[in-house]
Design a protein around this ligand. Sequence first.
Ligand SMILES: Cc1cc2nc3c(=O)[nH]c(=O)nc-3n(C[C@H](O)[C@H](O)[C@H](O)COP(=O)(O)O)c2cc1C
Length: 353
Amino acid sequence: MKSDILRELARERLPRAVYDYYVGGADDETTVRANREAWAALELRPRVLVDVSEADASVELLGHRLPSPVALAPTAFHRLAHDDGEIATARGAGGRLMVASSLSTVPIEEIVGAASGPVWLQLYVFRDRELSAALVRRAEAAGCVGLCLTVDVPVVGNRERDVANHFVLPDSMEMANFSGLLQSELPMAGGSGLAHYIADQFDASLDWGAVAWLRGVTRLPVIVKGIQHPDDGRRAVQAGVDAIVVSNHGGRQLDGAQATARVLPDVVAAVEGRLPVLVDGGLRRGTDVARALALGAAAVLVGRPYLWGLATGGAEGVARVLDDLDHEFVRALRLLGLPAAAALGPEALAPVR
Ligand SMILES: Cc1cc2nc3c(=O)[nH]c(=O)nc-3n(C[C@H](O)[C@H](O)[C@H](O)COP(=O)(O)O)c2cc1C
């Protein structure tokens, strides 16, 4: 498979600890595998003799017309993959939606400056709330159009590869949104440096009040990422969230968590169309994107595939991966007998027996 070939090329180029950090998941990586397998298990049901001479891949999301339903998931530390780091990623994203990780190795202002499409800033809430609030103000000033609050990391997942590799950010790089808060300054008790950082800095007492807090410090749309239960979808609606992302963090948090392709329909049903639902985890083909939209997703995020593109070809490598996904998606639409992304619905999938 194409994305696996690219991953192998990236593996040859990257230091072992970096490759492992990117590819890995929690515990036995069951959920990493399940995410991919669950998309593949959804059978498609094409219609024929429909005029598909034109196929419109664009989607509408929170007032933006996106050229493609494929957006970039927030992933940390891009300079580990390429010297230009998140600048290269933002360039490679083209007009697509990019969700920039708060743990980037380039400051948010420079990422927005390099992007031609909309940028959301992904947020973790730190014990020191002012640290997060200050970053929100910077994101607003920089021109971000959404804040994506990640809620599935009260504590870090058990990523055994990172523990074995003593994964840390090299001294030559920093968490550029938090200059002065260098990971290397933290006391190292062995194991994963990132895990120590998260245990030290992230606020594990976070509850739904965090959404109200965030609403109080910004007027930007608030997107909650990491929903894995229909009841939490309902809570998000009650909390006045603008959109949610069904995500298990690419299998990096709770191993054994349900594949996102299987949670998505329940969450979509629970929110009753009152907010857009995005999804990520294991989407590798244009047909996977079609499956997600058929289940009711408004758009999808991809993570690891564009990191492999970044590691092997910088901005061009990122663009190639995303262009390929878009082309595959358009081909899938046409083969399904659908003239537009907006026409995707449950009829495009075979009933599960
Ligand atoms: C190397 C790596 C770093 C990540 N860093 C973050 C992060 O900083 N913030 C966040 O919300 N999610 C983070 N994620 C999770 C992704 O946003 C996304 O949920 C996941 O990668 C999607 O699955 P996929 O990689 O199978 O496409 C990270 C994922 C990876 C692989």
